[in-house]
Design a protein around this ligand. Structure first.
Ligand code: HBI
Ligand code: FE
Length: 286
């Protein structure tokens, strides 16, 4: 879990690098525009309205890869967050320290055409299109900072593995209730053409009401669409539940409980959709 990465010599002690916005090529900007057009055609009606508001107030609808300094200036006024560039994945403690200080670390490179639907390391489209719009939402912005602070504390408990599930099933792959509807908000979903439809509309995955302890017991998949999505009521509710929780006793309690498979359903779950898991079965047999 606590992978050691080599800090590139050109990066600062906190792993940041200049974005070097002027160095992007026309092809790189065109790649952003292509991804942006594809996602913004599909997201209205599917994504939480807060995401679209974020795109708008941050002026992310302008063509081309956003300039992080410009983005930070707008975000700073709204919620006090900044976007800083990093060369790739950074160590957990560095990642959490940035979040705890309201700095979102973003990859500066962009995927190539042959990687359009899948790449391993987060690029600028995933990080900036996927994550940054919601940082303009006050409760979500506070949740991300609280996550960074909790992350730093979790390292002292050797509990990062459990806390990482919270990030995964909320920040990356979360769904949110909108009246009687479900909407997308997780960055891993909203930056993915395939998963944006799958997470909401496919019969395969489970959709289960958010429950902090239950979620922190649940393993996740990094190699395919999720087998279960967890649904929050609102960003305010997510923030409140995590702020009210004392994680030290929670980690101790989790040690006594079994981990759950990504497709598990428990008798006490509030299940919104019981998935067929047809997608996971096909993927497994191929
Ligand atoms: N580094 N650049 C980057 N982006 C991440 O999302 C990230 C990271 N390092 C560690 C990390 N995430 C994990 O600690 C979290 O996903 C829990
Ligand atoms: Fe991400």
């Amino acid at each position: 879990m606590s992978t050691q990465y080599e800090r590139p010599p050109e990066s600062a002690a906190d792993w940041t690098v200049p974005q070097d916005w002027a160095r992007y090529t026309a092809d790189e900007h065109a790649m952003w525009d292509r991804l942006f057009a594809r996602q913004s055609a599909m997201l209205p009606g599917r994504v939480t309205p807060a995401f679209l508001e974020g795109l708008d107030v941050l002026r992310m609808t302008k063509p081309g890869i956003p300039d992080f300094d410009e983005l930070s200036e707008r975000l700073m006024k709204k919620t006090g967050w900044q976007v800083v560039a990093v060369p790739g994945l950074v160590p957990d403690d560095v990642f959490f320290d940035h979040l705890a200080n309201r700095r979102f670390v973003a990859g500066r490179f962009i995927r190539t055409p042959d990687q359009i639907d899948y790449l391993q390391e987060p690029d600028v489209f995933h990080d900036v299109f996927g994550h940054v719009p919601l940082l303009a939402h006050p409760a979500f912005a506070d949740y991300m900072q609280a996550y960074g602070q909790g992350g730093l504390r979790s390292l002292g408990f050797g509990a990062l593995h459990k806390l990482a599930r919270l990030y995964w099933y909320t920040v990356e792959f979360g769904l949110i209730r909108d009246g009687d509807d479900l909407k997308l908000y997780g960055a891993g979903i909203v930056s993915s053409y395939g998963e944006s439809r799958f997470a909401l509309e496919d019969a395969s995955p489970n959709r289960i009401a958010f429950d902090l302890i239950r979620l922190m017991r649940t393993d996740y998949r990094i190699d395919d669409y999720q087998q279960s999505y967890f649904v929050i009521d609102s960003f305010e509710d997510l923030l409140r539940q995590t702020m009210e929780t004392d994680f030290a006793p929670l980690y101790a309690a989790l040690e006594t409980m079994d981990d759950l498979a990504p497709d598990a359903i428990l008798a006490e779950d509030r299940v919104l959709t019981r998935g067929t898991q047809a997608h996971a079965k096909v993927a497994l047999s191929s």
